[in-house]
Design a binder for this molecule. Sequence first.
Ligand code: GTR
Length: 421
Amino acid sequence: MIGLTILTAALSAVFSIAAPSAGSPEKASYDEAAIKPYSLPDPLLTLSGRPVRTVRRWARRRRPEILEQFTREMFGESPKLPRRTLFHVLEESSSALGSKATRRQVSISFDGEWTDSLVLLIYTPNGLDEPAPCFLGVNFWGNWTVSTDPAILKPSAARLQGYGTKQIRPDRGASQSRWPLEEIISRGYAVATFYRGDIDPDFDDGFKNGVHGVLDKGKERDAESWGTVAAWAWGLRLCLDYLEKDPDIDEGKVAVFGHSRLGKTALWAGATDRRFAMVISNCSGCSGAAISRRRIGETVDIINYKFPHWFCTNYRKYNCREWDLPFDEHELIALAAPRPVYVASASEDNWADPKGEYLSLVGASPVYALYGYEGFTSYVPPGIEQPVVAGRMGYHIRRGKHDIALYDWLRYLDFADRFLK
Ligand code: GTR
């Protein structure tokens, strides 16, 4: 076991009597001093207890074990990607963003079955000699919110239903601060995004709507059936099928990224699809990059209570019992290895447990070391706005609240410059 601290048998006995909540979730704690000693599952120890000392053994034996555990106990089993995906360019213009970019809006569906397709919005830089590396991520409020560009198609009223929240009122350009398109384009990158509601609306309707309603038709759901986060991740993979065919995109250089619940999504997409060349998690927090056993801020119990549709039913076994998880989130990071991985936090985002997000990188570092890459070994996170890169890992904590801001993007662009250029 790799230990931040050592879990004793006695403590484990005490923990196991903590009761999962009934009716309301447990109360969040922000008290570092109150964290119970824990030890993280060792990513380099097979289930049969054998140490993993080679890349081959990691790739052939241990990685599939971890992937299987996350699938079965947390995200649920996703269907295979369709054999035949249909792409239809709805709109295209080479004079977007002051003629610096080409904009494409592509409808993606499959096997003629899914008429209710998703719309991928893509901006690629003009005037490059080669296909561009690309950032791909899901957006919260619809493609039309990522920019004031009047040509961006607006999701249908039905798709937007129920999405008016206090945080952002969906409106053209409403989330543009999260999408510095000009900056990304000027640095020579393409950027592609789709609306989460196009794949699966973000509320619990018993999995009747979205892609679940199409692909799960006639199937009984069980404790391992996929949840909404897995569906969004599946949607990202579907988009990658398209990006591989887009002549303006370098298909070997697609970075998957996401903020918050969509950061959890990006991590799972990166884990389940090794075609993604880089994985970026922005403020992904509980069930994303943050170590669950720390139980700081949002916990498994709270997330399952508030968002019963995000994960598979098995995940509820770990409500208030994170120490029983067969994995922890450092292993979700390890599933990205040996690809470059970046985790970012925000100083006021205690709900997401910034320190726990950083510690996942430390916990995943032995796997990167197996590939010969340096990682993070210090248990003390770097200071605010002091980004660090070691080997193929990057981390920063931005000053401010739960968000994705220009500061974050500039770090991702710098990181991508190292590996995708
Ligand atoms: C919160 C949730 C977090 C995070 C966030 C978001 O309400 O508790 O896990 O995902 O939403 O996605 O903005």
